[in-house]
Design a protein around this ligand. Sequence first.
Ligand code: R5P
Length: 280
Amino acid sequence: MDWGMKNRLSKIIKPKTGRSVMLAVDHGYFLGPTSGLEDFRASVTPLLSFADTLFVTRGMLRTCVDPNTDVPVMLRASGGTSILGKELLHEGVTLSVEDAIRLNAVGIGYSILVGADWERDTILDFARYVDEAERYGLIAMAVTAVGKDMAKDARYLALASRMAAEHGAHMVKTYYCEGFEKVVDTCPVPIVMAGGKKIPELDALTMAFNAVSAGAVGVDMGRNIFQSDSPVAMIQAVRAVVHENTTPKEAFQLFQELSEKEARAGKKSSGVAADDSVKV
Ligand code: R5P
């Protein structure tokens, strides 16, 4: 990895803690106006100062994110299918490396569909994308997407994550599962945990805590933040877990305190002013 690439990686994974809270808000690329992101700008803007990196599509970045933001950006580079189609798992390239660089991205995220009918296409396209990314020093993160009929267990996720690394991924984003240590221990590049469907806040904080305890460098979390009743409080609680190893119980307490404070201030929907006490 050359200087430029190492520097970009340091924008994502903070050198001070070796951890990262990535905010995933790319869901519209196959789901359209996902619950919690209907008004993208209003939902995402209050969260930006608490995110180490924003994972987003180029379209929403251009139209709904203030270019004066100092949050590093990682762009979704695969897609082309929707929740309505028959081939949701047959994604292809949706973004050129040139446009990613024009948009000042530190990296890209690309889904590989190991075990699905179209696995070969997605893996070969990803490998080609890595070649391009390497040429310009962009970080390529593989997303081990999982079809709804596929098992999200350690055996599968370790296989998919390792394959991603073998094909050149600089980072891997995958789901949490029982025995997550196996997924982390057999993958030579940093792993971030995707949050998955919305679950109660304490459960999501526990999952994030377990993931980093097992060796993940952090999270790339979306629905469990932006679909929370108090997204600004939730992202700060996630930060406390990821960057400070705060226990799930203490982080949940922090979530409740911040969310009550937010409600008292009458700013529940627009968020509270950034509280740097838990921001690294
Ligand atoms: C999945 O591939 C999407 O791109 C999301 O970025 C990812 O699932 C993380 O978001 P969530 O925490 O909502 O699962």
